[in-house]
Structures are given as structure tokens and as C-alpha cells.
Design a protein. Structure first.
Length: 465
């Protein structure tokens, strides 16, 4: 497998980020690579971290002055014409949520840590998932002790209140939960929440650094319109050790799909890191696990000591992509993009970057390299390209026939003999992996394919090389 990086945008002279250093997780999110619009997590002085926005040639610290900002800001979501993200701020009362909204219609950005959704315990805003079928957003938090989870279910119409006016909606239902038979030192140690087929999946660790997947069905939760007085013990914990690594301290989870014959099998991929180097703020060990959702078993796919990787990773169709620090120290790294595939291979991009401030990866398949001086850094966005990654183009429906072309997303050349699945969905916005595979075909020498569709409904297509 070949991993290449294609430069698509660059912004220089970001004086708003002067004298910054990178947080250990170094999260960043690319929304519009052409503008570019980036949300970047960083530190300044002795405060870790701050969150900054780059919008074209403009930049600002959107959390300047918020000492003690928690570094677990959630994966942002696009909702209508806005981006919603956040995190938490340390106060004398503990952690309180931080909400950040970028409005694309007027290029404005606002944030607040002065709204509490309830009188419950202080909490850190961790992640957001959207249920399009039921038009509900689930906002995921952990309690101040990290041992309890808090999930607010908010209708899409009420979510608009939070985004438009930075006021927490008055109408919601809330779950305050802890794990049944939780081990000593139980902690929700990552920011990711997966919601699939009305089941929540969260990753956790115990006091010894063993990994867990916490599985909680929606129906088992006692949802309330007011914050409960005590957490409800619910769900099942599945433990699977640390795979020979030192105690794990952080994990990322991703919903993924594997083609098995003519069906699609669901799994959760876990990217775990251990052995934190506090001086240079990176992790020296990584492990990747697969958690099978059909039988709730975990398999260690890969582990590597001396990996010198950052805490966050992304999933590109079953390929885990992470930022790898080859050598150096803070402010002067030689860094590259590392990838893991299902053939148990780890690859590095052929384009290492020397003497850089930072390299991070973003959902959507982007890498952001920060170079230059700390007083005037340069942010360069690269698209991460993996060979023979299929992309579907020219999708057209006419006269009962759906046609399209599968190309290599790197070269743009047509891909022959690629399997294409036709998937029937229950409703618009439904998760395609929860649909039913009703037909398969293989692309011709020009990458073309077609399906005959006689029944009105919602469909998706999925290509596998």
C-alpha cells in the first residue's frame, strides 16, 4: 500500500497563535480545505490547550482566557449551516461544558461555558452523534470523576436553539449512567461515542489500564426530563486487556464495516495508546483492536511499542491513520502519517516532514502540518491518499436503472473488477450499513456498473476493491 499526501491549502503568518505549543492529543478538524476552515487544538504558554479557528487568512483563539480547557473536545458536526464542537473548562466547582459554534452563513464564531444543561454534576462535553432516522442528537459527557456517562437526547429542532443562541434547550431527556459491576478505577478514557442500531458503545479503562467496551442499549436506560439524583447501573462491560502494552491511558473508537461474502459485517475499531512521554507529549505505544458487534468479542489486530504516535487517529474505510513522530522533540519534529491496514501492515507516508511544530490528522482524510516559528506558524493542509481506494462518480438514475463509475481516488483512473453493493435503506438519512444488501455486481474494464431498480425507496451503493 502506498500513502501519499497531496497539498491543497496553506495559511501563513497566523499571529493569533503566537508562542503556542501543541497539546498531546493535538486534535484538528478540517471543514473546508479550500478556504481553509480549520479548528485546531493547541496550547499557549503554560495553559493546555486552547482552541483556535483558521478561516482563510484570518485566525483567532476562540477560547482565549479559558484557563484549564479540557483537551477532549468532541468531533465537531455540521448541522444546517453551522459547526458545533466544544470541550470543558476547569472551574472551582470542577469541569463545566464548553460549547463552540461556527456559523458559516456569516463567518462568525461564538462560544460559552456559562450554560449548564441541568443542576447535575459538573461534566465534560465529549462527543456528538446524530440519529437522522429519529431526528435526534445525542450529546455525550462524562462526569467530573470520569466514572459516569451523561447523554442528553435533543431533537434536531431543539438543537438549533443551542447552535443559534448558545442557550441549552429547555426540552430534552437525559441519561445518567454508570457501568454495571464496574471494576476498580473505572474511567471513560476517550471522547468517542458510537451509536448503532439503538445501542451505545463507549470505550473505557480500569485502574490497571485494561481496555473495555461498554455496551448499553437505548431501551435499557431510564431516560428522564430532569437530571437524576444518582447514576443508573446499566449495560455490559467487555474487557480485552492491553495486548502486551504498558497500561493504556487513551482510546479512540470507530464504527467500521467489513464485507463478508454478499453481506456487510459491523465492527468497532479501537485505537489505543500507552506509555505517555510527558516531556515531549506523545505516546510510545499503540494498539489496534477489532470488536465484533455480532458476538461481542475483541481481537488484537496490531500492537507496536516505540511507535511515538499522537493520541488521536482517524478511520478511512477500515484503515487506521495516525500521526507518527519519527524523531525530535516539541517544536522540532520529524513527523509523518502512519497507517494500518487489515493485512496487518503498518505504512508510513513517503513524505516525512522535518523540523515541524506538529502534524495532526483530521476526519475526512486530511493531515495538517504546522511549520515555521511559534510566533508566526504556517498551517498546510494535505489530503491523505491511499492507493486503490475506490470512489464512486457519475451516479445517475434514469428509467429504472442506476449507473455509476468506480475510480481510484488517488489517480482518478477507473477500477475494473471492483465489487459494488446495492443497499436498500429504511428511510432518508438512514445509516447505509444498517440496510439490506439486495444486489451485487462487478465493474467493467471502464469502471462502470449498473443496477436495475424497480421499487421506489432509499438506496445506497458501496464499492470494495
Amino acid at each position: 500500500m502506498t500513502v501519499t499526501l497531496k497539498q491543497i491549502a496553506q495559511v501563513s503568518g497566523i499571529t493569533a497563535f503566537s508562542n503556542f505549543t501543541i497539546s498531546n492529543s493535538g486534535r484538528c478538524y478540517v471543514f473546508n480545505p479550500a478556504t481553509p476552515i480549520i479548528i485546531y487544538e493547541l496550547g499557549q504558554g503554560s495553559t493546555y490547550p486552547l482552541v483556535g479557528l483558521i478561516n482563510g487568512s484570518n485566525a483567532q483563539l476562540i477560547s482565549s482566557g479559558l484557563a484549564g480547557l479540557d483537551n477532549s473536545n468532541p468531533s465537531p458536526i455540521w448541522f444546517v449551516n453551522a459547526i458545533l464542537t466544544g470541550g470543558a473548562v476547569s472551574t472551582s466547582a470542577g469541569l463545566v461544558p464548553l460549547y463552540v459554534v461556527y456559523n458559516s452563513s456569516n463567518n462568525s464564531i461564538n462560544y460559552t461555558n456559562n450554560i449548564q444543561p441541568s443542576s447535575g454534576s459538573p461534566q465534560s462535553f465529549q462527543d456528538i452523534v446524530l440519529d437522522f432516522q429519529n431526528q435526534v442528537a445525542y450529546l455525550f459527557y462524562h462526569s467530573n470523576t470520569f466514572s459516569n456517562a451523561i447523554i442528553y437526547a435533543i431533537s434536531f429542532s431543539n438543537l438549533s436553539t443551542l447552535i443559534s443562541s448558545l442557550q441549552f434547550p429547555s426540552t430534552y431527556t437525559v441519561a445518567y449512567i454508570t457501568a454495571t459491576n464496574a471494576p476498580s478505577g473505572f474511567s471513560i478514557n476517550g471522547s468517542a461515542l458510537v451509536y448503532y442500531n439503538q445501542v451505545f458503545y463507549m470505550n473505557a479503562i480500569d485502574g490497571s489500564g485494561n481496555l473495555y467496551i461498554w455496551v448499553v442499549s437505548y431501551s435499557s436506560i431510564s431516560w428522564s426530563s430532569t437530571f437524576p439524583s444518582a447514576p443508573q447501573a446499566v449495560g455490559t462491560l467487555y474487557a480485552f486487556g492491553v495486548g502486551g502494552l504498558p497500561p493504556v491511558v487513551w482510546g479512540e473508537i470507530f464504527l467500521n464495516y467489513i464485507v463478508s461474502g454478499s453481506s456487510l459485517q459491523s465492527e468497532i475499531l479501537i485505537y489505543a495508546v500507552a506509555n505517555f512521554n510527558s516531556t515531549n507529549r506523545y505516546f510510545q505505544s499503540i494498539a489496534i483492536y477489532s470488536f465484533n458487534l455480532s458476538n461481542n468479542t475483541a481481537t488484537l489486530l496490531y500492537s507496536l511499542n516505540n511507535a511515538n504516535a499522537k493520541a488521536t487517529a482517524i478511520n478511512m474505510g477500515g484503515i487506521i491513520v495516525f500521526a507518527q513522530l519519527i524523531s525530535g522533540s516539541m517544536g522540532a519534529w520529524t513527523a509523518t502519517v502512519g497507517t494500518y491496514d487489515r493485512n496487518l501492515n503498518v505504512y508510513q507516508s513517503s513524505q516525512p516532514f522535518a523540523n515541524v511544530q506538529d502534524l495532526s490528522v483530521s476526519q475526512g482524510g486530511y493531515a495538517i502540518v504546522v511549520s515555521g516559528s511559534s510566533s508566526s506558524p504556517t498551517f498546510t493542509i494535505y489530503q491523505i491518499l491511499v492507493d486503490t481506494t475506490p470512489a464512486i462518480q457519475n451516479l445517475t438514475y434514469s428509467g429504472g436503472t442506476l449507473t455509476g463509475t468506480v475510480v481510484d481516488s488517488t489517480s482518478g483512473q477507473p477500477l475494473a473488477n471492483v465489487t459494488v453493493f446495492l443497499i436498500q435503506l429504511s428511510s432518508e438519512g438512514d445509516n447505509w450499513a444498517s440496510g439490506s444488501v439486495i444486489a451485487t455486481t462487478t465493474t467493467n474494464t471502464s469502471g462502470g456498473f449498473s443496477f436495475n431498480i424497480s421499487q421506489t425507496g432509499y438506496y445506497a451503493v458501496y464499492a470494495v476493491p
